[in-house]
Design a protein around this ligand. Structure first.
Ligand code: TYD
Length: 212
């Protein structure tokens, strides 16, 4: 049994997870909460190498099942090397993407079998699920427009996919939300950043039993 608290951040492209996370970290630091932040795919050396293979814009011939299995492989390595030790040390761990991304992107987006993905996720994580998942919801067109306006951001293979895939991904998240409304909390990411940060902080502190 882990003693820490595991949070995952999820959402379609351009929802602003990374900006919210940066602001949240300052708040948590001020509170003296020990936190580890990390991202998927990646987070550890082997994971980052797998990330390069998955997201390389020139890898247009990648088969959807290969893509799924690479995400799953990266997930396992990252979990064992980085996430579990931090949870065992009692830390708050915030992950930028986790199991739900595979369901939303490879399941709903690419049309792969959801039961197979659930099984693979379970296999990779030994059944570990986040204590809390913050789902940043935004209309697909608005999210993609934000990305287009942000020239600093690296463009990856999934960003280059059509509108249709991204719409299916959002539907996937909304359907996960319906199924697991206890674990997953939806946050309206179309609001101004300061408001999104305030709401995120309130939800996190409430779930962790921290005073505001
Ligand atoms: P990243 O640059 O980290 O994107 P973002 O800032 O949107 O999180 O790239 C990660 C990409 O990988 C993103 O497009 C979502 C996708 N992804 C999957 O398709 N399946 C997965 O299981 C994970 C973890 C990510």
């Amino acid at each position: 049994m882990s003693k820490g608290f595991l949070v995952s951040l999820e959402g379609p492209e351009g929802a602003g997870k990374t900006s919210v996370l940066e602001a949240l970290l300052l708040i948590l630091e001020e509170k003296g909460v020990e936190v580890l932040t990390t991202r998927e795919p990646g987070g550890v050396l082997i994971g980052e190498k797998i990330r390069q293979v998955i997201l390389d814009p020139s890898h247009t011939q990648m088969d959807p099942k290969t893509e799924l299995l690479l995400y799953i492989a990266s997930r396992r390595q990252h979990l064992v090397e980085k996430v579990l030790p931090a949870l065992e040390a009692g830390k708050l761990v915030i992950m930028d993407r986790f199991i739900d991304s595979s369901v939303a992107y490879q399941g709903f987006g690419r049309g792969l079998d959801i039961d197979a993905i659930d099984w693979l996720n379970h296999f990779a994580t030994d059944g570990l699920k986040p204590d809390l998942t913050l789902y940043f919801d935004i209309e697909v067109e608005e999210g993609l427009a934000r990305i287009a306006a942000n020239s600093d951001r690296e463009v990856n293979r999934l960003d280059l996919e059509g509108l249709d895939l991204h719409k299916k991904v959002r539907q996937g998240y909304l359907s996960l939300l319906e199924k697991e409304g206890n674990r997953i909390v939806k946050i309206d990411a179309s609001l101004p950043l300061e408001q999104v940060v305030e709401i995120t902080k309130a939800v996190l502190f409430d779930r962790m039993g921290l005073a505001k």
